[in-house]
Design a protein around this ligand. Structure first.
Ligand SMILES: C[S@@+](CC[C@H](N)C(=O)[O-])C[C@H]1O[C@@H](n2cnc3c(N)ncnc32)[C@H](O)[C@@H]1O
Length: 268
C-alpha cells in the first residue's frame, strides 16, 4: 500500500478531511507541542527571522512558529489544496503567517530567502527526500538553519504482549501512511550530504498510557486499510478497532514512538 501522504493530491477529499482532523488533533496535544518547542529552542533565530515550513499540512506547526520569539514572517507550503485552505482558515487573524500550495521538492521560492526552514513529520512521507533537503538548502540564506523532525515509525508500537493482533493494524498503518519508516536514522547523513553542518540531534520519546488519543487513529486507519485492501472483512476491522477502544476503557492502553530531530546549518 503506497503512503497516502506521498500522493496527497490524488487522495479523495473525504480522506483528506479525516487526515486534516488527525493533524489538528496532534497539533493540539501538549506533549507534541513540548517536543516542537524542544527542538525549536536549539535554533538560533536571527532578529526578524523569515521562516518556511515545508509540508505544513493544516498549519499547526506554522501557527506556533508565527508566535516564536524573533520570528517576523512565516510561510507554509504543502501540495494539498485542501490542507492549505484549512490552514488559511485556522490562521485567520495571524498577520505574519501565509500559506501556499507547492511541492517541497521543487519550490518556486527564491534562493537564499529564508533564515530557518522547518520540516515537521513530513520527510518520511516524501519518496525523494534528497530533493526536498536540497531545496531547503537552496532557499536558506548562508548561515540559515534547517530543522527536521520525524517519527521513528520502524519502532512505533501499541503491542502490550507477544502476537498482539493490534500490531497488524500498526504494520498496515506504517505501510499506508509512511513512505520510509527508517527516515529518522538517515537524517544526519542526508543533511550532511546536502552540505549542512550538523547541529543538535535529539530523541523525543512519546508515550500514550492508559487511554489512547492520537495513536488510536493509527489503529483505526490501519484496520480500515486492511479491510479496503481485502485482507480482512469489515467485521474483523471493526472488532480490531473495538479492541483498541476496550483497552482504553479498561485503562490498559499503551503505545510508544520515539521522534527524532536533527538541525543543520548552511555554511556562511
Ligand atoms: C504528517 S503531515 C505533517 C503536516 C504538518 N507538518 C504537521 O506536523 O501538522 C505530512 C505532510 O507532508 C505533506 N507532503 C507530502 N509530500 C510533500 C512534498 N513533496 N512536499 C511538501 N509537503 C509534502 C503532506 O501533504 C502532509 O501535509
Amino acid at each position: 500500500m503506497p503512503d497516502l501522504y506521498a500522493n496527497i493530491q490524488e487522495v479523495d477529499s473525504e480522506v483528506q478531511e479525516r487526515l486534516a482532523a488527525v493533524l489538528e488533533l496532534r497539533a493540539a496535544d501538549a506533549r507534541q507541542q513540548e517536543m516542537l518547542r524542544a527542538y525549536l529552542g536549539e535554533i538560533e533565530f536571527p532578529p526578524q527571522a523569515r521562516v518556511l515550513e515545508i509540508g505544513c499540512g493544516t498549519g499547526g506547526v506554522a501557527r506556533t512558529l508565527a508566535c516564536w520569539p524573533k520570528v517576523a514572517q512565516v510561510l507554509g507550503v504543502d501540495p494539498s489544496a485542501l490542507f492549505i485552505e484549512k490552514a488559511i482558515e485556522l490562521s485567520a487573524g495571524i498577520a505574519n503567517l501565509a500559506f501556499e500550495q507547492g511541492d517541497g521538492c521543487s519550490l518556486t521560492l527564491d534562493a537564499d530567502s529564508f533564515d530557518v526552514v522547518v520540516v515537521h513529520t513530513t520527510l518520511c512521507h516524501v519518496p525523494t527526500p534528497e530533493s526536498l533537503v536540497a531545496e531547503a538548502y537552496r532557499v536558506l540564506r548562508p548561515g540559515g538553519w534547517l530543522a527536521v523532525f520525524d517519527g521513528d515509525y520502524a519502532t512505533a508500537t501499541v503491542a502490550t504482549g507477544d502476537h498482539d493482533p493490534l500490531e497488524a493494524c500498526m504494520d498496515a498503518f506504517r505501510d499506508g501512511f509512511v513512505h520510509d519508516p527508517w527516515m529518522v536514522r538517515r537524517l544526519p547523513g542526508l543533511l550532511q550530504s546536502a552540505g549542512f553542518t550538523l547541529g543538535a540531534i535529539q530523541s523525543h520519546g512519546y508515550v500514550e498510557a492508559l487511554e489512547p488519543a492520537y495513536m488510536l487513529t493509527w489503529i483505526e486507519r490501519g484496520a480500515d486499510l486492511l479491510h479496503q485492501s481485502g485482507r480482512i472483512g469489515a467485521l474483523h476491522a471493526e472488532s480490531l478497532k473495538a479492541e483498541a477502544r476496550r483497552r482504553g476503557e479498561a485503562r490498559e492502553w499503551f503505545g510508544h514512538i520515539a521522534f527524532g530531530s536533527v538541525l543543520g546549518r548552511k555554511s556562511v
